[in-house]
Design a protein around this ligand. Sequence first.
Ligand SMILES: Cc1cc2nc3c(=O)[nH]c(=O)nc-3n(C[C@H](O)[C@H](O)[C@H](O)COP(=O)(O)OP(=O)(O)OC[C@H]3O[C@@H](n4cnc5c(N)ncnc54)[C@H](O)[C@@H]3O)c2cc1C
Length: 498
Amino acid sequence: MTSATKTRVVVAGGGTAGWLSAFSLVTRLGNLLDITLVESEQIGTVGVGEATIPTMRNFHQLMGIDEREFMSATQATFKLGIEFENWGQKNESYIHSFGEIGQRAWMAEFHAFWMAARDSGLNDSLDDYCLELKAAKAGKFALAAGKKPVNYAFHLDATAYAAWLRKKAEAAGVKRVEGKINNIVVDEQSGNIRSLELDNGECVQGDVFIDCTGFRGLLIGDALGVEYEDWSHYLAADSAIAVQTESPEPPRPYTRAIAHDAGWQWRIPLQTRTGNGIVYSSRFLSDEDAEKTLLANLTGKPLTEPRRIKFKTGRRVKTWHKNCVAIGLSSGFLEPLESTSIHLVTTALIRLMKLFPFSDNFGILAERFNQESAVELETIRDFIILHYHQTARDDSPFWDHYRTMDIPDSLRHRMTIFAENGYVWPDDVSLFRVDSWIQVMMGQGLQPKQYHHAGKMLPPEGLKQQLAALKQQIENQVAQLPPHEQFIQKYCPAGKVG
Ligand SMILES: Cc1cc2nc3c(=O)[nH]c(=O)nc-3n(C[C@H](O)[C@H](O)[C@H](O)COP(=O)(O)OP(=O)(O)OC[C@H]3O[C@@H](n4cnc5c(N)ncnc54)[C@H](O)[C@@H]3O)c2cc1C
């Protein structure tokens, strides 16, 4: 690699991770790179991954993506959060929304003021102070409520998203090669990957390789021998079954995560269909029983055959090794409960673009990349474990396992401070803000014994009046929003924009 020649980037794999990689690299560094993507139609993609989080909007903005065109091409709907049903307790539910709850002060979070008001007789729910949460429940949506921007993400068709990105990437100069990777040639001296040999005899050479081969991890794992760290002692799920159905109702602006006696089920509403699936651990549920549970809990007519997917929760001990960067499922997978995988693809891409190896001597860049990636995944892991562990459910071996298991010290510390003092802080990578931690901890039944007394500095009646005004303001804002489906039909109807 020299500055006079273009760096040859080879992306192995053409799922969401592969095409997002090729598209973003060509969009932002295209003049400096020569990008080839190799994929195999015969192997296909994992075909799931349809719920996202708001960070996707920032990424799309960085890449110059037109939101309306993207949503129309992927049958996308808006997502204001996730409703968790039967998690903390059977027949109870709560929403982890993307919104801020109330107004925070620098010294204390809003829930401390709300708890002070409750001690003086206030009867409202904390949910009443979150615009996005109330809009989700009411089935309403707009990009802004008056002057207040709404914080949202998307539900999208994963296959259509990869196809749309492919079209854009190829138009911008990415070369696509169809073929099955049969052999990966590694330079004996440097340990770097030199080329990919395909079943059709073609050989694709490169300087930098991006492994987007999904769970197979052909380059990072098979060729370079980077180990996979197993996290199944924390997150036991190792299986999923996915099925698409007709939508029996207008799309709700949120994902549903419905817990069963063993495992949980997702419902992701798109414009023209619903994505459904069950996530479970083979230790607690057989594939046959999981499929029965899923099919018994569908609300629309199935459009596809149920598809089984096996996985191992965990991560590569290094996601960048030698001249290979693993992005997507090849780099690790937790599970889809908080829809964080595509987010992790986008943060890895931003990190890669910032640390891009323009010279041969890039070991230190890889080190930095790996450190940042490790912290990010551990934070998300803790947040996901919280949903399983903080539960009162004792009605099955599955819930008994999660309720009583050992959890990471980092999570125990966070839960203990909250339980004792009501104190919350954002995580190290600022993905889950205090509002997320509060909504999930309290939603799962972790109620703080004590709270910051900043609210008691105010006269009780004055505090209650302020909260009543805030609640009323949110009610008024939600009342003005159009129904979610109506907004979609105007803004981004499937197949009609762009
Ligand atoms: C059950 C489940 C639910 C999920 N839900 C969500 C969600 O709601 N939100 C979210 O953000 N994420 C979710 N994810 C994760 C999400 O699906 C992935 O992060 C995303 O699809 C990226 O996958 P990928 O591109 O890494 O892998 P894949 O889609 O598997 O793509 C791998 C690519 O590599 C190619 N390939 C493999 N081997 C070869 C070979 N030998 N030669 C040539 N090509 C090859 C394949 O053909 C394919 O193109 C979910 C995952 C699972 C398992």
